[in-house]
Design a protein around this ligand. Structure first.
Ligand code: SPM
Length: 290
C-alpha cells in the first residue's frame, strides 16, 4: 500500500488506534524495501527530520526520538543500584543502545534484534541513532530475543524491550510467557522495562500488559513520556523489578545538571524520572494502581 499520498504520510491503523491518525509532510522517500519481517521505509519530512517507518507505523523521528529512547533506557538503569550488564531486545535503529552505553555503571550491553535490515538501514540513513552500535560496550546479535533469553539465564541486571506495537509477531512481547523468560534471564534484583503503549489509546491493553508482568514480578509500575509523533502524543513503559522493596520512581543514581548536559540527555533528568510515574487520576484507576 502506498502510505504517502499527495506528499503526506498518514499513520492509519484500524486495529491499534481506530478513528484517528497523525500525518507528516514528506519531502523525500529516502528508502523503501520489504525485509524478511516487515516493510521498512525511511522518509525525510518537512518538520520532523528523518523518520523510520515499519509497516507504516512511525518508530522514530529525528525531532523527538530522544524522549522515548532516553526514558525507556534511563528509568530502569537509574532505578538499579548496579546496572552493569544490560540486554536490549529489539531497538534495531540503535537509539536505545546510544542511551544505554552512556551510563557510567553500564559495562556490557547485549542487543538482540530480529531484523538485520533495520540495523543496516539505520546505519546508512539514521546515523544520529545508529551511533549507539559503535560503543565498545556493545555486542549485537541478529536473532530472536526469545531464543537468546532461553540460553542466557540469570545474566542481566536490566532488560529493555524496545518493540514495535502489539500487532502480528510483536504481540508475544506483551504477554505472560515473555515476562517469565525475562525474569529467568535476570540476576537477583533485576529490572525490566518494556514499551508499554499509551493509556490514552488503550488503557485496557496497558493494564493487561501490567498484569502479565505482575505474574512474575512482585513490583510493577508504569511511567509515561511525551512523544509528539506517537499517537496521542504519548507512550508508556511497563517496568517490573524482582526486588519488592525497590522504589522504581526514585532514581538510585541522580545526575546533576552538569552531568545531564555532559552525557547529552535532552529529556531525562532525575526529576523527569520521578515525574514520569505520576499519572492522572483516571489513568491510575484504569490501570488498577489505586
Ligand atoms: N528505538 C525506537 C523504536 C520505537 N519503538 C516503539 C515504537 C512504537 C510506535 N508506536 C507508538 C504507539 C503507542 N502505542
Amino acid at each position: 500500500m502506498n502510505s504517502v499520498v499527495k506528499g503526506w504520510f498518514s499513520e492509519i491503523s484500524d486495529e491499534l488506534w481506530p478513528g484517528q491518525c497523525f500525518s507528516l509532510k514528506v519531502t523525500k522517500v529516502l528508502h523503501e524495501e520489504k525485509s524478511e519481517f516487515q516493510d521498512i521505509k525511511i522518509v525525510e519530512t518537512e518538520t520532523y527530520g528523518r523518520v523510520l517507518l515499519l509497516d507504516n507505523v512511525i518508530q522514530c523521528t529525528e525531532r523527538d526520538e530522544f524522549a522515548y529512547q532516553e526514558l525507556i533506557s534511563m528509568i530502569p538503569i537509574c532505578a538499579h543500584p548496579n546496572p552493569e550488564k544490560v540486554l536490549i531486545v529489539g531497538g534495531g535503529d540503535g537509539g536505545v543502545a546510544r542511551e544505554v552505553v552512556k551510563h557510567p555503571k553500564v559495562c556490557k550491553v547485549h542487543q538482540v534484534e530480529i531484523d538485520g535490515r533495520v540495523v543496516d538501514l539505520s546505519k546508512e540513513f539514521l546515523p544520529f541513532m545508529a551511533c549507539g552500535f559503535d560503543s565498545p560496550k556493545m555486542n549485537l546479535t541478529i536473532g530472536d530475543g526469545f531464543e537468546f533469553m532461553k540460553n542466557h539465564k540469570e545474566e542481566f541486571d536490566v532488560i529493555i524491550t524496545d518493540s514495535s506495537d502489539p500487532i502480528g509477531p510483536a504481540v508475544s512481547l506483551f504477554q505472560e510467557p515473555y515476562f517469565q523468560l525475562m525474569k529467568n534471564a535476570l540476576r537477583p534484583g533485576g529490572i525490566i522495562c518494556s514499551q508499554g503503549s499509551s493509556f490514552w489509546i488503550d488503557a485496557q491493553h496497558v493494564k493487561e500488559t501490567m498484569d502479565a508482568c505482575g505474574q512474575h514480578f512482585k513490583n510493577v509500575s508504569y511511567a509515561m513520556a511525551m512523544v509528539p509523533s506517537y499517537p496521542c502524543g504519548s507512550i508508556g513503559f511497563v517496568i517490573g523489578c524482582l526486588d519488592k522493596k525497590s522504589k522504581l520512581s526514585e532514581p538510585v543514581h541522580k545526575f546533576t545538571t552538569e552531568e545531564v548536559d555532559k552525557l547529552g540527555f535532552r529529556y531525562y533528568t532525575s526529576d523527569v524520572h520521578k515525574a514520569a510515574f505520576v499519572l492522572p487520576r483516571f489513568a491510575e484507576k484504569a490501570l488498577g494502581l489505586c
